[in-house]
Design a protein around this ligand. Sequence first.
Ligand code: ZN
Length: 270
Amino acid sequence: MPMNELTDNDIKAFLETAPLYSWREFKKPYANRSSLWISEIDAYCDICEQPRPFQDLRPRGGGAGMAVHALKSGTSYFTFSCVSCRKAHREYLVEQVLDDESIRIQKYGELPRSKLVRNRVLQKFLKDDLDNYEKAIVCLSHEYGVAAFAYFRRVVENNINALLDLVQEDAQSSGSDKSILDALADLRKDMPMSEKIKIANLALPSHLKLDGLNPLGRLYQVLSEGMHSLPDAECLQKATATSECLAFLVSELASRAEHRARFKSLVGKL
Ligand SMILES: [Zn+2]
């Protein structure tokens, strides 16, 4: 894969999202860049209780006649403050390793400690299996791909029937085709996973397919995949995709069920 040249935006995204101790590699910037310094990142401010821009508010001395040093291997320190309250801060320590063509960076310190991102709707749906979900999220946040994928597979395995219940209920209340309802019922039967994947790809009402992508089929696919041979990076991608498929289906279905219930009770009062 060809590497991208390191830009300010890359550094910003890296500071905002990269986990501790994971490396990112870029082509060395052509521009005459003497440090990794950038002026601003976006972060959630606990004091303002909303996402805010955070800026480096330290005075920048750059006196005339000062020599411009080329960017070297070593470490960099970043500090940013919320532009609104100026009381919340973010600090990062980064190691950079340069050679002739590339630059590799890793975060080796971060304050405050970054929070794990959990999906509320999924947490509720998985309330009986939170242990596996929690472990999956922790592994994902460290980019431990193999482990994250293994836990997400377990989550899908344990909850696929509950998910089918939701899909079925939605399909019934929205008057889906008989062919879709039959296919959904077939998914409960005992049959080889390869058959189930084919059926799952037909069984989802079209309003639950995003751009024609079928999240239910993808989830069945996950269950059939051997993972011992997959490289870590690929497992990480699959873990992320699994998490997103689950989140998409569960939150769509939950909000549709809620709308239906509200509609019914309103119309009942007419
Ligand atoms: Zn603030």
